[in-house]
Structures are given as structure tokens and as C-alpha cells.
Design a protein around this ligand. Structure first.
Ligand code: B1N
Length: 834
């Protein structure tokens, strides 16, 4: 029975019982107790922090669900255009604190939990991170969902419900080891299983022809193995709004019926094994960041995700009984990198093979629906799938991709007659053995708009990766939308003291949703009283981090020291290696000084954190080198604690919330042209940390916004990189003399058995120093000296820190999402009222 079928009196009965939750402390207490007894089936006699967290979370989720229902019902009724953000990764982190802030009930919850004998801050730490992502790309998706909900854009995320998120990192004897992340061990109050929302997804099989009702010949995909996708909904609270967003995650389940057509009675065991394999499809997140490992299971995950999501979107579209040609007026789909690109041939297949549309009409719908965000130029990260694998798993899609390519090349050929080279370069199929499908090219051809994620990155993809496409399409299809971060999680929530100082100073907390208002802080940048308040907040945040490090790692660090932080995935292009080499250089310099001179230095705590992909040998050696260096440096009494090195294990969203507010300097030092944007750079600066960085990604725009005098930039420019590499190849490597001394000390065994580090050192020598560490080393060291000198002048440092935060309005993900809505999705906010 649906709403429309109920009589008016029955409807009234329903409405009578839909009453808003009360948010006074007594009602909250009562709700928590109620959930303890009913939802958890526990009582005071067997209560612990985890149970108390769960009861509290359930009571908050009740409040969230009111908004969820209100929003989704209104959307159902009004049926506005919606956007779907398709992403294989959502790195959400914890939900409870965020929901409390969004609903503005944290104060009362503090009191209620206190009255019930617990501390809310303790309970918050009981929650496991939802870590369904690797790094920046997944976290960006989470920030965008927050901003879409907060600004009432009718946007849903679609993704996969991995049972194992990104692995837990442990450090043993200085080496990274990986442990599975069993995040769903306990009940997860932040997801709603939708047992009624299931779709079948097919793999393998064969293509046949059939005659449809109109008497036309159509292709049909038959046979093969089927898996079921079941929906789980994760509510995404908006800040200061009744609107509530949603991320729908798919979990694979075996079909409870055998496919008797393909079921081979003689091979029962294998058939059961295949059923089990079906369940395992969404078991684990691939732990690679910016690197493709072309595994069959990953391709299957991608198709499973795309197929279930499109079936769901189409199901919703069909309810309104609009003609197919209106599909792009109701649906915008954003593809978060190439991972969802199979959606392009899949929608084309549904429209042509199943719905019976003509190829050209279908293609018009497809290309008006999709848009594509490119996040990387690293060749090893660009998805290419082998044609034989694709033919085996998705035979019909492979045919469709060939046809898409054929029609596309025919059109290109008409404009550039006889340009065989161009056709070869621009083809979606790369020749070779085996042939490969270039997913980025398929995404470009299947989309109406393509965007990069920072100004430099968008320029680079226009100039290089997609240059040939601009010759054909013209430049307008390729735009830039610089990334952003949500100020709610990354300042309001993670840095309560700075939040309160800013709110008092600006006279309201409107900045949390209108981040440009932060520029109002500029006029206090020289105010001595404000400066000392600002400095006190930073100091407290450094104490908080120092406390964490002491409690969890047993290392003592001094909050008066300059906190110098590099936390991000470990990758050669991000050059953590260059950082640790410079730390060793600093150590050697200290060792050469008199005790008197040492005592005059600026004390430094260098903090690292980040996971290496389990199969990334060189990245893992970098972690080992950092830990080996830390071992020696931290235990050397002669340097008077002027240098400490800390590798924080298992860097994740929740740790970032403690680390980010505590930086004086954070490092974003990728080889120019390699980091598409970076987003942690934005987080640190928003919290009043200065950047030491290269002229790369969003660093450049951050410098423009906060002023060149407030950022430490060094190194070669992206347009010099190619020539330098060329010269290195033909004229030999140049080894910076300071770097040589550092390398010598490692090879002399100063940091343990040098043979361990041989392969790492080789990347600088025989390996050709591809990431130009030697080339940038000198200017990097010089900038470090400049940082020290600037830090000595506390007053000018604090002023810079204030100017950093004050200039960050542009980097709110609210701005970024508005740009997507205006320029790509053609989407308007849809406000729901209580
Ligand atoms: O996306 C972030 C950017 O800020 C970073 O600069 C960029 O490196 C990151 C394959 C990726 N690009 N590509 C990936 C992740 C997982 C995977 O399987 C590629 N991540 C980025 C947000 O724009």
C-alpha cells in the first residue's frame, strides 16, 4: 500500500503520530535509555562505553531520519532534477560528532550523556571510521556530499559498501604491516539496509540477436552469472538545514536461486563456489591510490557498481513517466574519475538493447547525462582495461565500446581528413597486444563536460592528456573546478577553540556556511590581543597532538617546537623521501655545531603519517627509512631535543582531525605537475598552518588567495620538468652535493643496515631521479632555513597564520559544489521546510 492509496482518515492517523523529536536534555536522556534497553537489549548492569556510544548514536540517528524522510518525501513529490555523484570511494570518517553539530544538539547531548554517567567526548572515540576510500579522491567525495546536503542540492552519492575499508597500518620494526579493517564487526547505526531494494547484475555470458516488438533486430546479452546488489543508505546531514542527503552503497549478495540454464549438474561444487564468489565482490576496497592494478575483480566491482546504480536511477526516473528524451533534464551523473566510466556503455546498452531506442537518440541522451572529473595525470594511474578481459566479462559492452569508438573516429576523420596519427592517438582503443580500452578517453567521449581539479591541473590536461580532444571538440568542454573542503568537519568540528575565537571575533558563526566571511579576520591580523589569543589556540592544539603522541607512541615532543607535518598517502611523486633526506641533513648540521650553537636553533618536530599501498615496495622503504632515522635522531642526546621525528601509524580521517589543527608548517612538496590538486593543503591553511610547498596543484591558488608572503614555495616549475628529465637522460644526472652527503651517511650505515635502503637510493641514481629530488634539494633546504628564521619572529608568524585562515574562503567545498551545480549539473537547490 502506498501513500496515494490511503484514505484521508487513515492518512490523518499517520500524521498524528509523526511528531518531531524533542531536543531538551531530559528527552535526549530518555531516548538514550530507551535505545539501550530496546535496540541494544542491555541495561545499566552490563553497559560499557561502546554500548553507550551505540545507544547515543541511535538516538541521534532518529533525529537525522526525521530530516531524511522529510527531504526524500519532498523530492519524491516534487521530482526536481537530481544529481548523482558516482564514486568508488567515500572516505567519510566518523559520523556522530558531525551529526551532533549539524543538528545543533551537541551542547544538550553533552549534558545528557554526562547525566547518564559518561563523557560524550569519550563516546565519540568509540566510533570506527567509515574508511571506504584511499586518500584525497575519496575524501573529496565525502566533502562534496556534506556541501551538497548543506546547500540543499538534490544530490545522492552512489558507491560500494566494502566490508573491509582501507587496511589498518601497523609499524613493526620500522616496517609497515597491514591488518584488515573489520569496520562492520559491530552494528553500524549510520547505515540503513534496504532489503527491498535489490537489482541483478550480470557478468560473462554471450551476445545474441533478437527481433523486438517493432520488428527491429536488436542485440541481447544472455547467459552468464548473476549477482544481486542490495542497497544500504547512509544519511548525510546538512548543516543548518532541514535537508538531509544520502549515499546509497551497494553490497553484493548471492542470488538465492541457481541459474539452471548455465548450471552444470556435474559440477555442483564449482557452482557453489561461484555463488560464494558473488558475495565476495564487494568485500574489499582496492588499497591503491593513484595506481591501477588491472585485476579482474576490480573491473567486476566497477561494473557491479555502475549497473546497480543505473538500474536504481532509471527505476526512479520511470516513476514520473517522462519520455526518455527528458532523462538529462531529470538526471545529471558525475563520474568521480574513470572508475564509473562503464556507466557510459551501460546506459547506451540499456537504451538501445532493452528500451529499443535508436543508437543516435540513445547516444544523445547518454552524452547529455554524464560529466567526468579527471583527478590525475600520472600514467600509472590512468585506467586501461585489456580488451580480452573486457570481452570475457562484459561481451556486449565491448561491442558497444567498439561502436562508440567507430562512430567517434568517423566524425573526427571528417574534420581531420587523412590524419592517421591523430586517429591513432585519439582512439578509445589502444593498439598493442593485448589491445586496451582507454577509460579516460571513453569518459571524455561519453560526457558533455570534463573538469580538472585545480587550475594548473586543468591546464595540463588541456595541454597534454586531452589535447587532441580539444582539437575536435573545441576548448569549452574542458573546464576547471578547483577542489574544496568542508569547513564544518575541518574547522568547526576539528578545531573547537579556533571556531569559538573566530565566531566571537566575527560576531556570528555564519562563516561556517559562508566561508568568505573569514576575510573579516584580516583587520585583526595586527591586533596584539587577538594575536595572542590566536597563538594560544595553536599552542593548545599542539599540546593536544603532543599528548596523543606521548600516549600512543611514548615519544615526548615539545609544543614550543615548530611542528612540521607531512601526512598523506606515501608515494614517490609526493616526495616524503625528499623530506626525510632533508631531516637527515638537518641532523647532520646539528651534529657539527657546538653545544652553544645547538641551543640557539629553532627546535623542530617533524611528523609523518600515511599508508603505502601494500604492493608498493619503494613507498614501504620510505616508511622504513623515516622510522630508522627517527630511531637514531630521537635517541641522540647531543642535539638537545632540537629535532624529533615521528611517524604516526595508521593515518586516517579521525587522526587528521587531531593533526591538522596542530601544524605550524605542513609540507606539500610533489614534483611540479604531478599532484592534481591536493586537499590537505587546504585543511592545514584553513586552521592557520603555513605551507612549505612546490608550485603544484592547489598550492598555487592557495598562494594567490592568502598572498605570496604567507606561503613558502620552492622548486622547479611544471613546464621545466620535461626538459630537465630530457637533459638528465642525455647528459647524465646532477647530484646535489648536500644530498650526496646525506646519501653517503645512509650508505655508511648511520641509520642501520644500509643494504635495506639500496633500492631506495638507486631511484636517485640508476633510476634517473624521475621525481627530481636532487634538482629541487638545494632550494628546498634554503626554504627550510627561511622557515626557521621566520618562526623566530613570533609576531610576524602569528600574523601570517591569521592571514592564512582569513584568505581561505575560496576553498570551501560549498563553493566547489555550487560551481558543479551551475556549470555542469544545471541543478538548483531544493529547500525542504519542516
Ligand atoms: O584526487 C584528489 C587530488 O586532490 C589529488 O591531487 C589526487 O592525487 C587524488 C585511482 C586515485 N587522483 N587519482 C586518485 C585514487 C584511487 C585510485 O584507485 C586514482 N586520487 C587522486 C582529489 O581531487
Amino acid at each position: 500500500t502506498k501513500h496515494e492509496q490511503l484514505s484521508e482518515p487513515t492518512l490523518q492517523t499517520w500524521k498524528k503520530h509523526i511528531v518531531p523529536e524533542k531536543n531538551d536534555p531530559a528527552s535526549i536522556e530518555s531516548d538514550i535509555v530507551h535505545h539501550t534497553i530496546t535496540t541494544l537489549c542491555r541495561g545499566v548492569y552490563n553497559l560499557d562505553k561502546l554500548a553507550m556510544y551505540q545507544a547515543t548514536a541511535h538516538s541521534v540517528r532518529d533525529r537525522l531520519l526525521e530530516d531524511w524522510n522529510l527531504t526524500q518525501e519532498a523530492l519524491h513529490r516534487e521530482n526536481p532534477k537530481r544529481c548523482y555523484y558516482m564514486s568508488m570511494e567515500f572516505l567519510i570518517g566518523r559520523a556522530l560528532d558531525n551529526a551532533l553539530h549539524c543538528l545543533h544538539v551537541k551542547k544538550n547531548y553533552n549534558q545528557s550523556v554526562d547525566n547518564l554517567g559518561f563523557s560524550l567526548e569519550d563516546l565519540l572515540c568509540e566510533e570506527k571510521d567509515a574508511a571506504l576510500g584511499n586518500g584525497g579522491l575519496g575524501r573529496l567525495a565525502a566533502c562534496y556530499m556534506d556541501s551538497a546536503a548543506t546547500q540543499d542540492y538534490p544530490t545522492w552519492g552512489y558507491g560500494l559498501r566494502y566490508q573491509y575499508g582501507i587496511f589498518k597500518q601497523m609499524i613493526k620494526d620500522g616496517y609497515q604491516t597491514e591488518m584488515p579493517d573489520y569496520w562492520l564487526n559491530f552494528d553500524n547505526p549510520w547505515e540503513f539496509p534496504r532489503a527491498d531494494i535489490r537489482y541483478e547484475v550480470r557478468f560473462h555470458g554471450y551476445v545474441a540477436t533478437k527481433i523486438n516488438e517493432k520488428g527491429e533486430t536488436r542485440m541481447t546479452w544472455e547467459g552468464g552469472d548473476k549477482v544481486q546488489a542490495m542497497a544500504y543508505d547512509v544519511p548525510i546531514p546538512g548543516f543548518d538545514t532541514k535537508g538531509c542527503g544520502n549515499i546509497r552503497l551497494w553490497s553484493s549478495k548471492p542470488l538465492n536461486t541457481f541459474d539452471f540454464d548455465s548450471f552444470n549438474a556435474g559440477d555442483y561444487e564449482r557452482s557453489v563456489a561461484e555463488q560464494t564468489a558473488a558475495q565476495n565482490l564487494t568485500s574489499v576496497l582496492y588499497p591503491n591510490d593513484n595506481h591501477l592494478v588491472g585485476k579482474e575483480l576490480r573491473l567486476k566491482q566497477e561494473y557491479f557498481f555502475v549497473s546497480a546504480s543505473l538500474q536504481d536511477i532509471i527505476h526512479r526516473f520511470k516513476r514520473a513517466k517522462c519520455p526518455w528524451k527528458d532523462f538529462p533534464d531529470k538526471v545529471a551523473v558525475q563520474m568521480n574519475d574513470t572508475h564509473p566510466t562503464l556507466a557510459v556503455p551501460e546506459l547506451q546498452r540499456i537504451l538501445v538493447d532493452i528500451e529499443g531506442l535508436e543508437w543516435d537518440d540513445a547516444w544523445d541522451i547518454v552524452t547529455r547525462t554524464f560529466a567526468f572529473t579527471n583527478h590525475t595525470v600520472l600514467p600509472e594511474a590512468l585506467e586501461c582495461w585489456s580488451v580480452p578481459m573486457m570481452e570475457k566479462i562484459l561481451p556486449r559492452h565491448m561491442q558497444i565500446i567498439y561502436d562508440i569508438n567507430l562512430f567517434f573516429l568517423q566524425k573526427v576523420e571528417k574534420v581531420f581528413v587523412g590524419d592517421r596519427d591523430l586517429l591513432k592517438r585519439i582512439s578509445i582503443i589502444e593498439e598493442g597486444s593485448p589491445q586496451q580500452v582507454r577509460m579516460a578517453f571513453l569518459a571524455v567521449v561519453g560526457s558533455h563536460t570534463v573538469n580538472g581539479v585545480a587550475a594548473l591541473h586543468s591546464d595540463l590536461i588541456r595541454k597534454h592528456l586531452f589535447n587532441d580532444f580539444i582539437k575536435y571538440y573545441g576548448p569549452d568542454k574542458f573546464i576547471n573546478i578547483t577542489n574544496g573542503i568542508t569547513p564544518r568537519r575541518w574547522l568547526y568540528q576539528a578545531n573547537p577553540d579556533l571556531r569559538d575565537l573566530i565566531t566571537t571575533t566575527l560576531g556570528s558563526e555564519d562563516w561556517a556556511t559562508k566561508l568568505d566571511l573569514l576575510k573579516g579576520l584580516k583587520k585583526f591580523a595586527d591586533d596584539t590581543k587577538f594575536q595572542s589569543q590566536w597563538a594560544a589556540v595553536k599552542y593548545k592544539n599542539k599540546e593536544r597532538l603532543a599528548f596523543w603522541i606521548k600516549a600512543n607512541m611514548g615519544i615526548t615532543v615539545n609544543p614550543d617546537a615548530l611542528f612540521d607535518i607531512q601526512v598523506k598517502r606515501i608515494h614517490e611523486y609526493k616526495r616524503q623521501y625528499m623530506n626525510i633526506l632533508s631531516v637527515i641533513y638537518r641532523y647532520q648540521s646539528l651534529k657539527k655545531m657546538s653545544a652553544e650553537d645547538i641551543s640557539q636553533q629553532v627546535p623542530r618536530v617533524v611528523i609523518f603519517g600515511g599508508k603505502a599501498a601494500p604492493g608498493y615496495y619503494i613507498a614501504k622503504l620510505v616508511i622504513k627509512l623515516i622510522n630508522s632515522a627517527a630511531q637514531v635522531i630521537n635517541n641522540d642526546k647531543s642535539i638537545q631535543d632540537m629535532l624529533k621525528v615521528v611517524f604516526i601509524p595508521d593515518y586516517n580521517v579521525s587522526l587528521a582531525e587531531i593533526i591538522v589543527p596542530a601544524s605550524d608548517i605542513s609540507q606539500h612538496i610533489s614534483t611540479a605537475g604531478t599532484e592534481a590538486s591536493g586537499t590537505s593543503n587546504m585543511k592545514f591553511v584553513l586552521n592557520g598552518g603555513l605551507i612549505l610547498g612546490t608550485v603544484d596543484g592547489a598550492n598555487i591558488e592557495i598562494g594567490e588567495q592568502i598572498g605570496a608572503e604567507n606561503i613558502f614555495m620552492f622548486g622547479v616549475l611544471s613546464d621545466e620538468v620535461e626538459d630537465i628529465r630530457h637533459n638528465q637522460k642525455y647528459h647524465g644526472l646532477f647530484m646535489d652535493p648536500s644530498l650526496q652527503v646525506v646519501i653517503d651517511s645512509i650508505q655508511a650505515g648511520q641509520f642501520g643496515d644500509p643494504s635495506i635502503f639500496g633500492p631506495l637510493i638507486n631511484t636517485l641514481t640508476y633510476g634517473g631521479d624521475y621525481y627530481l629530488i636532487s634538482v629541487d634539494f638545494k632550494s628546498y633546504l634554503q626554504k627550510h632555513t627561511e622557515v626557521d628564521e621566520t618562526y623566530r619572529d613570533k609576531k610576524s608568524w602569528v600574523k601570517k597564520s591569521i592571514m592564512c585562515t582569513a584568505g581561505m574562503g575560496f576553498f570551501s567545498s560549498d563553493r566547489a559544489v555550487c560551481e558543479y551545480a551551475d556549470k555542469i549539473w544545471k541543478l538548483k537547490p531544493f529547500k525542504v521546510e519542516a
